[in-house]
Design a protein around this ligand. Structure first.
Ligand code: ADP
Ligand code: MG
Length: 243
């Protein structure tokens, strides 16, 4: 079976600073991959490059058999196949929760409003936010907003969900509810690539953990191996800070 998404020798610089130094990463369908690494190692840049929010300087990104790093590719069409949630809440403050969740389905995927809303209400129900459907995001707690942002990202049934430290802006007592939602999505077979500092969560939920250091993938493997018996000194040093 070929990979759903495959980055090959991806290089990305900002000015003369090389932030991604030849990254190879592939993701199979239904796989949950945790991307770990120190702040500044390039995790967000990699996710943004994969989501075609940043052009790459060298290498290729393949989605199925299409080279989506080709500048002629319609980035919006590619992004319509992904769901993405970044660090801080991404909800539009002037729209209700329901409108936030249905926006992409209605506008990008041209789903009739009634159908989009039915699906959105189902999803909101599932994560315990049904009563907030008609509320604006500022009525929700940080954890609720971030859960709504994840629901918005999955409302279009994306082939791949990119999550960038979705819990890092949350108070500790709100982290659990967001992780629980990610855990559910993973258990349902959603393909997920998530940058995270939640090592215990990565260990528990990910099929594979990838350690990025200074723009290079130093080591990757199943969580039990990467956390339990890291091969590389840099991985051991990084993990030592979390124990
Ligand atoms: P991480 O998500 O692992 O913390 P980032 O991908 O955010 O790392 O950042 C990697 C490096 O790239 C950092 O040194 C950061 O300052 C730099 N960087 C990220 N985005 C930009 C940008 N838009 N312009 C210039 N430098 C950037
Ligand atoms: Mg980041």
């Amino acid at each position: 079976m070929s990979a759903l998404l495959r980055a090959e020798a991806v290089v990305k610089s900002f000015g003369d600073r090389e932030v991604l130094r030849g990254v190879d990463l592939s993701l199979d369908r239904h796989e949950v991959v945790a991307l770990i690494g120190a702040s500044g190692s390039g995790k967000s840049t990699l996710l943004r490059c994969l989501n075609l929010l940043e052009p790459i300087d060298d290498g290729q990104i393949w989605l199925d058999d299409d080279d989506i790093s080709d500048p002629r590719v319609d980035a919006n069409r590619v992004r319509a196949r992904f769901g993405a949630v970044f660090q801080s809440y991404n909800l539009f403050p002037h729209l209700t929760v329901l409108d936030n969740v249905t926006l992409a389905s209605r506008v990008v995927h041209r789903m009739p409003r009634r159908e989009a809303e039915e699906r959105a209400r189902d999803l909101l129900q599932r994560i315990g936010l049904a009563e907030f459907a008609k509320a604006h995001p500022d009525r929700l707690s940080g954890g609720q907003q971030q859960r709504a942002a994840i629901v918005r990202a999955i409302a279009t049934d994306p082939e791949l969900l990119l999550l960038d430290e979705v819990t890092s802006a949350l108070d500790p007592e709100l982290v659990g509810e967001v992780l629980e939602l990610v855990r559910q999505l993973a258990a349902e077979g959603t393909t997920i690539l998530m940058a995270t500092h939640e090592m215990a969560f990565a260990r528990d939920v990910a099929d594979r953990v990838v350690f990025l250091d200074a723009g290079t993938i130093v080591e990757e493997g199943p969580p039990a191996q990467l956390f339990g018996a890291p091969r590389e000194a840099r991985t051991r040093e990084f993990l030592a800070r979390f124990t």
